[in-house]
Design a protein around this ligand. Structure first.
Ligand SMILES: [Fe+2]
Length: 295
């Protein structure tokens, strides 16, 4: 398994020109032999698409994407979506988002943008049709900290005792952007944001539409359990998160320059580890592919 020590014992499996090195558990693969900037053939694209479904998280090293090529690669997977927080959008490519700790002069602000990214979540679970894939690149990589952690929510589900998973069947979790921001001590949601993202509910255990895998669908945007006492629902969500984020379900991505990271939000959670936002420059550019309604 991929331990949080960052040691990756990746087995080698070469399939055509694209090299896919995957851990035996099937969680996370490193993709080599492909240039995401150039013309990606349909065959190569299909291999990458199959790999993301199979491995849940993909790591591409040594890529030289700019915003345009990042955007072009991402949109081959489907329509992209903007972010509720409009301040993160780029004017020229409004569906690409930038999060970073640099001011207009390139100096560090001392503040990590979006504190909600520091806690476990799955992207946009607070909307009716949450994100499918997220594709991230990082023009400025922190030297210490600022890692991205992933939890394999299908394996976490499989590891539940049968009695525990039976108890979760049929439950729905309420996901709420406004509440999520309160929990992560972020600036309060604006009236516009609340109007754009009112609370929604999703199955607590969802089925991956392409693999039929059952996955635990929680994270910081999940506020409580529908029709339960708030405190009891919060307690169940906390218990499930503690289970799912045990070391044996986690992959720690230590960023290198020119990495591109891609993940399937339907079967993973992720978060960023702390770093010194005054001393380290850390910027990510993000493209998000629209998903569909969880079931
Ligand atoms: Fe995220």
């Amino acid at each position: 398994m991929l331990a949080s020590t960052g040691k990756q014992r990746l087995g080698e499996m070469t399939d055509g020109l694209i090299e896919i090195r995957a851990e035996a558990t099937g969680f996370v693969a490193e993709i080599g032999g492909v240039d995401l900037v150039g013309e990606l053939s349909e065959a190569d694209f299909e291999q990458i698409r199959a790999a993301i479904i199979r491995h849940k998280v993909l790591v591409f090293r040594d890529q030289r994407l700019d915003d345009n090529s990042h955007y072009a690669f991402a949109q081959r997977f489907g329509p992209l979506e903007g972010h509720v927080n409009r301040s993160t959008r780029l004017d020229a490519l409004p569906k690409l988002q930038v999060f970073g700790n640099l001011d207009a002069d390139g100096k560090t602000t001392g503040v990590h943008p979006e504190k909600g990214t520091l806690v476990w979540h799955t992207d946009k679970s607070y909307i009716a049709t949450p994100s499918l894939f997220t594709i991230l690149r990082s023009p400025f990589v922190a030297r210490t900290g600022g890692d991205t952690l992933f939890a394999d929510m299908a394996r976490a589900y499989e590891a539940l005792e049968p009695a525990a998973s039976a108890r979760l069947e049929g439950l729905r979790a309420v996901h709420d952007w406004k509440r999520s921001r309160e929990k992560s001590d972020e600036r309060p949601a604006t009236a516009d944001e609340i109007a754009a993202a009112p609370p929604v509910d999703h199955p607590l255990i969802r089925t991956h539409p392409e693999t039929d895998a059952r996955t635990i669908y929680i994270g910081n945007h999940a506020s409580h359990i529908l029709d339960w006492e708030i405190a009891a629902g919060e307690a169940l969500l906390a218990q499930l998160e503690a289970h799912a984020t045990q070391e044996n379900f986690i992959y720690r991505h230590r960023w290198r320059e020119n990495d591109v990271l891609m993940w399937d939000n339907r079967c993973t959670m992720h978060c960023v580890t702390a770093y010194d936002a005054a001393a380290e420059r850390r910027v990510v550019h993000r493209a998000v592919v629209q998903g569909d309604r969880p079931y």
